[in-house]
Design a protein around this ligand. Structure first.
Ligand code: COA
Length: 189
């Protein structure tokens, strides 16, 4: 018996908020599969993704396979005071590294909020291309993201793309997992 062929990513596209709203069910299913989250997570996350689309500087790119199915998704927006993630990270960086470091990273940054590639399509450079496309249109000084502490494929990707440690072993309110907050200056090389 031979293994099923790996689907080929045929196309990358920037999505408008309307386009992502139209494909939200598929995008959230991809996210839940990639993260191996329990059933029901998609319904719980939908309002948050819809709210994020309204934020200043929101951008989204997606990858599609030969059959037109979504194979990857990435989005983010301009980070700003008052946003939950911004306040959590600001508090952590200020406490551990001081307000000047927090200012340097957070005065003007793009939050890379979500990045997911369907498991049967991973390991072929799709994630890297999604990040490159997403960030090529971000007019911010820095990009920041958080990801569960590794080692993981996500960590290898972020390191390859030149992301440095901003905070390690950081705990966000309400989530017992330790996270790394990573950042780098823009544009990408
Ligand atoms: C993290 C994630 C988005 C990376 O997606 P991906 O498409 O597999 O990642 P890449 O684009 O970096 O490709 C990775 C591998 O492809 C290999 N590769 C093969 N052909 C390649 C090519 N033409 N170009 C670049 N890389 C290629 C790379 O060497 C790399 O190998 P490695 O992972 O062993 O280091 C994906 O693994 C994922 O969705 N994970 C689960 C969800 C998650 O963790 N998201 C991030 C949360 S913050």
């Amino acid at each position: 018996m031979t293994a099923a062929p790996t689907p080929r990513v045929a196309r990358f596209a920037e999505l408008s908020a309307d386009q992502l709203r139209g494909g939200l069910r598929e995008a959230l299913a991809l996210y839940v599969t990639a993260m191996d989250y329990p059933k029901g997570t998609a319904e719980q996350r939908a309002p948050m993704w819809l709210a994020h689309m309204l934020r200043a500087g929101w951008r989204c790119v997606a990858a599609y396979d030969d059959d037109g199915a979504m194979a990857g998704i990435a989005y983010g927006y301009r980070g700003a005071p008052g946003q939950w993630w911004h306040e959590q990270v600001r508090r952590g960086v200020t406490e551990r590294r001081g307000p000047d470091v927090a200012d340097a990273w957070m005065a003007d940054y793009f939050e890379l909020t979500e990045l997911h590639v369907r498991p049967d399509t991973q390991g072929r450079g799709t994630g890297a291309e999604l990040v490159r496309l997403l960030l090529s249109g971000a007019a911010n000084r820095n990009v920041l993201l958080s990801t569960p502490e590794g080692p993981s494929r996500a960590w290898r990707l972020y390191r390859r793309l030149g992301f440095d440690d901003v905070l390690r072993e950081y705990q966000f309110a309400g989530d017992p997992r330790p996270f790394g907050v990573l950042g780098r200056s823009l544009p990408l090389d």
